[in-house]
Design a binder for this molecule. Structure first.
Ligand code: NI
Length: 186
């Protein structure tokens, strides 16, 4: 079932989400619908608040970089072992703990909840993450690239932050009119 993706201006996007206490059938059902919605909207990640649920739950599916044909698959560290990034997709987790590290760099971000706006956001290049999977196990990741970026963007949603909060102050001024319009048009 496709879910309604909440849009900029809706309070549910600004709340701090609660930890998931128990992996229930209802939660698994929600995950299925979130994945379906993410694919249908061509997103690479979706956090539960974006579908109106203030729980610390995220789904991510990052495709292999299509521009680099014939390139080696992107590798990341999963529970201390090197694995292809694609091998853990789609990635579904609750109650993430992130430790971003490394130099900040600018990358253009967009968001299914902030339609029609893309902007450069500075974030650390790498992330160490401790994630709880739906079977109750823990996954420890150490990664860079788009996954590190996406993890930071999605986990921001769990604390009520949007990428437009993290742009430079000059960009904030440029974006403010568009954002006001977005908030009033929903
Ligand atoms: Ni987003």
């Amino acid at each position: 079932m496709l879910l309604n993706v909440r849009q900029y201006g809706e309070p549910v996007l600004r709340a701090v989400s609660a930890p998931v206490e128990k992996i229930t059938d209802d939660l698994k059902n929600l995950v299925e619908n979130m994945i379906e919605t993410m694919y249908a909207t061509e997103g690479i990640g979706l956090a539960a608040p974006q579908v109106g649920v203030n729980m610390r739950l995220v789904v991510i599916d990052i495709p292999e970089d299509e521009e680099e044909e014939g390139a080696e698959p992107e590798m990341i560290t999963v529970n201390g072992e090197q694995k292809p990034m694609r091998s853990i997709m789609p990635l579904v987790f609750v109650n993430p703990e992130l430790e971003p590290y490394g130099k900040q760099y600018l990358f253009t971000e967009g968001c299914l909840s902030v339609r029609g706006i893309r902007a450069n956001v500075a974030r650390p290049e790498f992330v160490k993450a401790r994630l709880t999977l739906l079977d109750g196990s823990t996954m420890e990741l150490d990664c860079g690239g788009l996954l590190a970026r996406c993890l930071q963007h999605e986990c921001d949603h769990l604390d009520g932050f949007l990428f437009v909060d993290r742009v430079s102050s000059a960009a904030k001024i440029t974006l403010s009119k568009k954002l006001k319009k977005l908030a009033s048009s929903r």
